[in-house]
Write a protein that binds this ligand. Sequence first.
Ligand code: PGA
Length: 259
Amino acid sequence: MKKRPIVVGNWKMELSHKAELELIRALKNMLKGVPIKSEVVVCPSYPSLPAIAEALKKNSKIAVGAQNVFLEEKGAYTGQVSVLDIKPFVNWSLVGHSEVRAAAGVTDDIVVKTAAMLRGHNINPIVCIGESEEERRSEQTVTKIRTQVASLIEGLDRTSLVQTVIAYEPIWAIGSGQTPDPDDVAQIVLLIRRQLTDRYDQELAERVRIIYGGSVTPENAGHYVGGPNADGLLIGGASLHPQKFMEIIQAVDSAFGEA
Ligand code: PGA
């Protein structure tokens, strides 16, 4: 079975509600009539989810994701957002983005439990993992990734794992303009697939989509995908510009076309 590449735009807290609506309109127009191979997901801010979902109701080319979700479904959790709040509007949710981990003290254990909870609601998790600058400098990257993937493997059953996208985002590359060598990313992708193969089998390892994120631009997008490299991209800054986002989707499409 051929895997479909996936391109995810994480809009973070960068735009006003009005600007998010303008952005989705522009994206829809750009994609109109253009054949796209990649699965495309946009992750707006919580308050915009209903309006963005409505704007995309008749559009099968762009899916909607949340940027985060709280582990518990209900209760005395001031300021948190439940899966029940996002469920009517999304098919996807980011889990454990490094900005969330840093701001909210989210651990690997919480991340995997949240991913399992999302699957229980038929929402696909995009789980973010990756090493910090300090971990990179002290050559802890492999250990960090192995630990994070081990926790995912332990906490998710086979079916949930297949529906989960693993996003490798070196924390030092996010929003910094610094990017890893594409060969290093390919090594990490291989490492994750080996770990999945060791626990399950090659069939499962090949089916799980592993994507790259961190300072992706239209210029570098093609270097990180296709062949032994990632199955797609997670994009912050460049996803706020419809033209750039479109060029990135096309770069991913053509990397997969040639494969
Ligand atoms: P960036 O963000 O593309 O702006 O580096 C990526 C992310 O945080 O997911």
